[in-house]
Design a protein around this ligand. Sequence first.
Ligand SMILES: Nc1nc2c(ncn2[C@@H]2O[C@H](COP(=O)(O)OP(=O)(O)OP(=O)(O)O)[C@@H](O)[C@H]2O)c(=O)[nH]1
Ligand SMILES: [Mg+2]
Length: 283
Amino acid sequence: MTHIHWYPGHIAKAQRQLKEKLSLVDVILEIIDSRIPYSSMYNNTNELCNNKPRLILMNKADLSDSKYNKIWQESISNMTGQKVIATSLNSKNDINNIINNVIEMSKEIMEKRKAKGLLERPVRVMVIGMPNVGKSTIINRLVKRQKAKTGAKAGVTRNQQWVRINNKIELLDTPGIIPTTQNNQAQAMKLAIVSSIGENAYDNEHVADGLVKILLDLYEDEIRKYFDFTKEETVNLETIAYKRNWILKEQKPDIIRTSGVILKLFRDGKMGKFTLERIEDNK
Ligand SMILES: Nc1nc2c(ncn2[C@@H]2O[C@H](COP(=O)(O)OP(=O)(O)OP(=O)(O)O)[C@@H](O)[C@H]2O)c(=O)[nH]1
Ligand SMILES: [Mg+2]
């Protein structure tokens, strides 16, 4: 399988349901993957979110290249007109920073409600993003502080719950999953690399090969050093297999094993902190 096959299912229906949920909230927490900021961002979020204010989290910043995080942060902020911060959900500091930013954003919204004579209430927030970006993790981290549920409200689907994060913020306890849209194979490759596309849609060998090529293009010195290659040697799945002695009978390279290990090393951040996209490439 040298292609990545998407099975996006009922995208239109999923988007309609997502829009309904989004209409219930004041502020949207949009999560993208900082290793592939462009490919993990939905290309029409402004329309999807009906121009509601969003806090965009470039997440998994502990796995990406901090130098590019700054550059992407500024670019996405300019592109969307929204506040953008780099986060790692393993950091308590970052969780607090998210909470403080939501409170800050809610001030204006609450002022407007007050001016309209509407009742005072906590700001309502929901989390959206593509698969595997960290939606469930952030909900769990935010909710940990205060488990008490405020109960289903009138007009809200019964299986959704508002959870009180503090006296200023209420969070919808189920995230909105943005279905990955079928744009192009380059984007599919990157989404597969970060596990945002299910593993039955692709072959490890195809995706690991793509990852090695991207890394050679953007982080050649680091990759050569990590796998112990000189400047002259060819780096690919086969030569990495020989280097590491991942060999089958008759001295054949074990490409299946090599592919699996390379993807895991990358996903676990063991090879280094890498950002796989550059702003120039996406203009
Ligand atoms: N290193 C790192 N891992 C993270 C971070 N945030 C989430 N993860 C991990 O990423 C994986 C996916 O996180 P989830 O919270 O399940 O992602 P999700 O968006 O709910 O995924 P779906 O439910 O599949 O849509 C988990 O293994 C998390 O532990 C982060 O900031 N840094
Ligand atoms: Mg989840």
